[in-house]
Ligand binder design. Structure first.
Ligand SMILES: Nc1ncnc2c1ncn2[C@@H]1O[C@H](COP(=O)(O)OP(=O)(O)OP(=O)(O)O)[C@@H](O)[C@H]1O
Ligand SMILES: [Mg+2]
Length: 207
C-alpha cells in the first residue's frame, strides 16, 4: 500500500477521504485494470463492490463492527463508507508491541463472533482491521468475504491471519497465542475449526 497524494492505493482499490452529508467518509473506487480481459475486469470490479457492500451491511447485524455504508455507485464501482477514526492494527502492533496482547484478545473475540455468525472475511490480515479511537476492532476490506461460510472458508481465514502474524509480526508469538485462545473460547465449534486449521496447515506443507 502506498500513499499517492492523499489516496491510498491498494492492490485493487483506491481509497480517498470524502464527505457524505457533512460526515467524514472515505470513497473506495475499483478502477479498471488494463491487464485483465475487459469482460472479466468489469465482472470482478462490480462483483467485489457489490459483495463488499452486502457483507458490510450484514456483519453489524451479528454484532461485528464494520464501517457504515453511506453510498454505492455501481457504474463507477465505488462505495462511500463511514471514515473509521483509529489506527490500522498492523501499524498499532508495530508501534505499541507492549499493548499487543490486549489488542490481540479483541481481535480473537471479533473474529470468533464473525465466524460464529457464519461469515468469513476472505482477506483476514492486520492491514484490514482498524483499532478505533474507542478501542474497538473494526473489520474493513470485506470484498472477498462470504455469508454462509463453510468450515473451509473459516479455516482459510485463520490460516491467513496466522501467516500475517508469522510475517508482519514475528516478534509477537505470545500475543497471537492470546488471540487464538480468545477465539477458541468464543467460536461456536472450536474443535472442528482447530482440526480444519491443522488440515490446511498440513496441506500447505506437503503440496
Ligand atoms: N472505512 C474506513 N475508514 C478509515 N480508513 C479506511 C476505511 N476503509 C479503508 N481505509 C484505509 O484505506 C486502506 C485500504 O483500504 P482497503 O483495505 O479497504 O482497500 P484495499 O485496496 O484492499 O487495500 P489493501 O492493499 O490494504 O488490501 C486501509 O488499510 C485503511 O488505511
Ligand atoms: Mg486491505
Amino acid at each position: 500500500m502506498e500513499e499517492v497524494s492523499g489516496t491510498m492505493m491498494g492492490a485493487e482499490a483506491s481509497v480517498s477521504d470524502a464527505e457524505y452529508l457533512g460526515r467524514r467518509a472515505v470513497e473506495k473506487v475499483r478502477p479498471t485494470k488494463g491487464y485483465r480481459l475487459p469482460e472479466l475486469d468489469a465482472h470482478l470490479r462490480s462483483a467485489r463492490t457489490r459483495n463488499e457492500a452486502r457483507i458490510l451491511h450484514e456483519a453489524p447485524q451479528a454484532g461485528i463492527r464494520t464501517p457504515c455504508v453511506y453510498d454505492l455507485d455501481m457504474d463507477r464501482c465505488s462505495i462511500v463508507l463511514e471514515k473509521v477514526e483509529g489506527t490500522v492494527v498492523k501499524n498499532h502492533l508495530r508501534d505499541h508491541p507492549d499493548r499487543a496482547s490486549e489488542v490481540c484478545v479483541k481481535i480473537g473475540n471479533a473474529v470468533a463472533r464473525l465466524h460464529s455468525a457464519g461469515i468469513c472475511h476472505g482477506d483476514l490480515t492486520t492491514s484490514n482491521m482498524i483499532l478505533t479511537s474507542d478501542g474497538e476492532i473494526c473489520l474493513i476490506d470485506m470484498s472477498m468475504g462470504k455469508t454462509r461460510a463453510e468450515l473451509e472458508d473459516i479455516g482459510i481465514d485463520l490460516r491467513l491471519l496466522e501467516r500475517a502474524f508469522s510475517s508482519a509480526h514475528v516478534d509477537l508469538p505470545d500475543a497471537f497465542e492470546d488471540l487464538m485462545t480468545e477465539y477458541y473460547a468464543n467460536v461456536g465449534n472450536p474443535k472442528a475449526v482447530a482440526k480444519k486449521l491443522e488440515d490446511i496447515r498440513n496441506r500447505g506443507r506437503y503440496t
